[in-house]
Design a protein around this ligand. Structure first.
Ligand SMILES: NC(=O)CC(=O)C(=O)O
Length: 300
């Protein structure tokens, strides 16, 4: 049994209401062409940039997610709502909401690894100047598939994908907006790496490129199969890509190359959570104080 996926590489402008209306129109188009799950890009209702997030932010539910809920219900499709700047309790998050074909929100994911990089002379971007990181995983079921959500920079962290694989995900969806510095070499490579490491499907959905934007997105929305093969990809213009997710393929690849039976967990160094004094305390970004590494396991 397969799940028909549509990946919407949409143009995003400066008018929020226009962006929402445009996303809904493209979701309808994809549903009319047989998609069962339609995925939008990162930051689809706002230009991508720290200077925009506060102005474009809204609570969830709010105008953007209510529009997506309605279109999901009208078209009877799953919608992975890319991401939007979310406001909650005085904080801003980069958040993806997922809608079932009855319009209900069935998952919500806040970008866990904030995009803070500095490549001198090329790009400096510090999401943490305005955003707070999420601390929760998000999975949901659609037809035969269990799907895990990450957002953009999250794809660089192999651990997140591995945890989703352990939770039984067949497909990882990363709404993302790589850029002209990192995109050419890293965008596809990271998707293929996560797919191969975990022997599952990976797709990353970018906004279309706007050469006049302050942050120029790489585009190249792509889906990769559990064999590491690129199933569908594109350049940087607005378009919708379609592909089928077949859960049986995972079984086949995992039988051919049985990594899951061959891991030497008994000899790997593991990071171990130390018993927290206060388990209700939420983890701060990059706070490793609750973890330790047992280096002795490496000594023969
Ligand atoms: N925009 C991002 O979150 C990540 C990115 O562009 C990169 O990792 O490169």
């Amino acid at each position: 049994m397969a799940l028909r996926l549509a990946l919407v590489q949409m143009s995003v402008g400066i008018n929020k209401m226009d962006n929402i209306a445009h996303a809904c129109k493209l979701i309808r188009e994809a549903a009319n062409k047989g998609a069962q799950l339609v995925a939008l890009p990162e930051c689809f209702n706002s230009p991508y940039g720290t200077k925009y997030f506060k102005e474009y932010s809204e609570p969830i539910p709010g105008p953007t997610t209510m529009s997506l809920a309605q279109v999901a219900k009208d078209c009877k499709v799953y919608v992975v709502g890319g991401s939007i700047p979310e406001s909650d309790d005085g904080h801003l998050y980069n958040t993806c909401s997922v809608f079932a074909p009855n319009g209900e929100i069935i998952a919500k994911y806040r970008k866990m690894h904030l995009f803070d990089i500095d490549v001198p002379g090329k790009i400096r971007f510090q999401e943490s100047e305005v955003l707070k990181a999420g601390n929760r995983f998000a999975t949901f079921n659609a037809g035969p598939c269990t799907i895990g959500i990450g957002i953009c920079y999250d794809i660089r962290f192999a651990e997140l994908a591995q945890i989703y694989a352990q939770k039984g995900c067949h497909l990882l969806l990363y709404p993302g907006a790589f850029n002209m510095t990192t995109g050419p070499l890293h965008w596809e490579l990271l998707q293929r790496a996560r797919a191969l490491d975990n022997q599952l499907y990976v797709a990353a959905i970018s906004p279309a490129r706007d050469e006049n934007a302050s942050y120029i997105a790489w585009g190249h929305t792509t889906a990769v199969g559990p064999w590491g093969d690129v199933l569908v990809t594109t350049d940087h213009e607005e378009t919708i890509l379609y592909t089928d997710i077949e859960t049986e393929k995972l079984k086949q690849v995992r039988e051919n190359i049985p990594l899951n039976n061959q891991r030497r967990l008994n000899v790997y160094t593991r990071t171990k959570p130390v018993q927290s004094q206060n388990p209700t305390t939420s983890l701060k970004n990059n706070d490793m104080s609750g973890y330790q590494i047992d280096v002795n396991q490496h000594v023969d």
